[in-house]
Each structure stands twice: as C-alpha cells, then as structure tokens.
Design a protein around this ligand. Structure first.
Ligand code: C5P
Length: 227
C-alpha cells in the first residue's frame, strides 16, 4: 500500500506524542516529536545563559543558531528516539517545567522556526511519517494526507502532565502545571509566525473523555481510510 504523511497538531499535553508514537509503530512509520526540537533549542538557550531572570536574549540566540545541531537517536531500552543536542542526549533535560516555561517564547522566533521546519521537511521527503507539533499540517506538511487536531479540557491536560512530572520526581504543583499549559496554548495560538490553528480539513480529536485505547483506535481508523 502507499505511504502517506500524517500531521498531528494540537494543544499542549493532550497526549499527542503518545498517540502519534503508537500510530507510527502500528503503521511501521517514522515518528517525529517536533516539540522536542523546540525544547532542545530552549535547553541550549538555558545552558548558554541566554536567559536572565526569565528574559530571553533573542538576538544572541539567533546569532548562535548555527551552533545548534539536533538529532534523534533510537534508544533500545525505551524503544523510542531520544533527542540529542550537539551529540549529547538531552531527552531527560528537556522535559522539565523550566524548559516548558520558556519554550513558547523560543518558538515565537522566526529564525528558530525556519531552521527546525527545514530539518522536519527533510525528514519527511520519503513519506511514511507521523509528525506531531503545532504547525505540521499548516506549515511543515500542508499536503499531508491525514491531519489531526488534538485537544482536551485544560484541567484534564494539566492533571495528566502533573502526574507525569511527579512520577519523574519533579517538585511541581498542579497549579503551576495548569498555568504553564494555559500560557503555552495562549502564546502558541496567538504568535505571528505559524500560530497553532485548527485547520478546516483536520479531524478533531478531543481526548477529554477518552482512554488512550479509544484515541488509538480512532486514529488507526482515520489512517486506514487515508491510506
Ligand atoms: O509538543 P510540546 O508540548 O513538547 O512542545 C513544546 C512547545 O514547542 C510548544 O508549546 C510550542 O511552543 C513549541 N512548538 C511549536 N511548533 C511545533 C512544536 C512545538 O511551536 N511544531
């Protein structure tokens, strides 16, 4: 059967990456988590002290973009691709609330987006790919055969993310996580360059009252219909 491109966009912490990853495994497709790439750039900005008391030095970051090389390397133990920054595995480092609290500011910068979008498009030239993010159906792969928009009530999303962070041993409160989820969605949906939008052709997946199995079944049925 023919290979297609699947674009999964949506709000923060809707379970996009879990669902997209599962779908890719089922279809024997490549899965790419583009949020991890924006997080990697944010981690670079943090480690290089380009952020002072919450204030990001955009000009410096843009100047230093050529130094940033992002790659994905398969990890046998977790059966997933870990994100690498300049040859160093930073998969754990990018999932903190500290990175989450600046990533949407980093993702507003057009030069950052242009660099990452170019790399993302290069990964999809052969199709047979499931990519998740905010602008995949609108900017990265406007011709994707299947586009999905995932959302859920903010409280449901915050609760899920909170449980994840606490399980990892992070010292966070549910309220902090809820604030971050709401703030990120606001910035992502209102930025000038490539805002998060629900495209008319995208299939809506509201996961508020759905189990992971139900989400997966629906996604598979949409993918099968598109292939
Ligand atoms: O998907 P995840 O929540 O890890 O993404 C982190 C942040 O990266 C988002 O809140 C958004 O600001 C940015 N992002 C983006 N475009 C993408 C993927 C992520 O702007 N395609």
């Amino acid at each position: 059967s023919k290979k297609i491109t699947i674009a999964i966009d949506g709000h923060s912490s809707t379970g996009k990456s879990t669902a997209a990853k599962q779908l890719a495994v089922k279809l024997h497709y490549v899965y790419v988590d583009t949020g991890a790439m924006y997080r990697a750039v944010s981690f670079f900005a943090l480690s290089e002290n380009l952020i002072e008391s919450g204030q990001l030095d955009r000009e410096k970051l843009v100047e230093r973009l050529p130094e940033i090389k992002i790659s994905f390397v398969y990890n046998k133990e977790t059966d997933r691709a870990d994100v690498y920054l300049n040859g160093k595995n930073i998969e754990k480092e990018i999932r903190t609330l500290e990175v989450s609290s600046i990533v949407s500011k980093v993702a507003e910068i057009s030069e950052v987006r242009a660099k990452l979008v170019e790399q993302q498009q290069a990964m999809g030239t052969e199709k047979g790919i499931v990519m998740d993010g905010r602008d995949i159906g609108s900017v990265v792969f406007p011709d994707a055969e299947l586009k999905v928009f995932m959302t859920a009530a903010p409280e449901v999303r915050a609760e899920r993310r909170y449980v994840e962070l606490v399980e990892r041993g992070d010292d966070v409160t549910l309220d902090e996580v809820l604030k971050n989820v709401i703030e990120r969605d606001h910035i992502d949906s209102n930025r000038e360059d490539s805002p998060l939008i629900q495209l008319p052709e995208a299939k809506l997946l509201d996961t508020s009252n759905m189990t992971r199995e139900e989400q997966f079944e629906l996604l598979v049925s949409w993918a099968e219909a598109a292939i």
